[in-house]
Design a protein around this ligand. Sequence first.
Ligand SMILES: C[S@@+](CC[C@H](N)C(=O)[O-])C[C@H]1O[C@@H](n2cnc3c(N)ncnc32)[C@H](O)[C@@H]1O
Length: 291
Amino acid sequence: MRDSDYQFIRELVYKTSRIDLGPDKRELVSSRLSKRLKATQIASISEYCRFLQEEESAEELANLIDAISTNHTFFFREHQHFDFLKDHIIPEMLQRRAKENWPCFNVWSAASSSGEEPYSISIHLTENLKGWPWRIEATDISHRILQKARVGIYRKDSLSKTAPALIRSHFQQGFGPHEGNFRVKPHIQSPVTFRHLNLLDGAFPFKEQFHLIFCRNVMIYFDRPTQEELVNKLARKLGPGGYLFVGHSESLSGIKHSLKVIKPAIFQNPLAPVAASPGHGHTRHAHATHT
Ligand SMILES: C[S@@+](CC[C@H](N)C(=O)[O-])C[C@H]1O[C@@H](n2cnc3c(N)ncnc32)[C@H](O)[C@@H]1O
């Protein structure tokens, strides 16, 4: 792949999705582009770059982002988040609900990929949040991956971290030609709404604030200024006392934001407004180190 082609793709991907490919992803990009060359029947990467500059290629831009983005995920990834949700957040929210009369528990899975994350949350809430309706918004930039998420059928390896009892209760197992497939049952699927959203493209389309936001394993693809912009946008969508989960490999240290650090990769919107302290304005720094 020529330097100028790599530079062009890098800039286009950044402008569109804010995914920062960095200088050393050339081989990865080249191998992912080979699928697009095949699909579009374009002979070379240089020709493909020229095509992307033409007006009629707008649809191909979405396919390029699909091909470049990493969608790897699985059910109950990073179990510490689910443990903390069960042991601390749900009891706390149920107590507050009794006083504050909230009709619905609102959750957002902000980079939901093929659905394993929002469906894991739905399974977890079915098991642990009795007697309080909830809804889960699930969003991603990739149209292709959202389509897979809506179908809700998975292979066994995606469930390797899921307890067998949960698989029995919440999945239909395929037989015959569908052997090895697991379909999410309707009671898990129906509280989840999937929609296309680029997290860095303008205002979020939600009127409500969320009790929980999962934005995990996507910030690693963004540069620091983009991470800071995104964390602050997400913080504004958290209700008072709401929680933000990020991936354990995503350090937010050094990023200015208004959230309290609760544990590695878990942040909370303060219940009361944060008092201004000299030299810090209304922002706090995250001091947690994430491994
Ligand atoms: C590695 S997956 C993470 C899935 C899940 N959150 C998890 O932790 O397992 C990252 C997802 O972020 C999505 N993504 C990348 N850039 C995005 C953007 N600007 N807006 C929304 N989603 C984005 C990708 O399409 C991909 O599905």
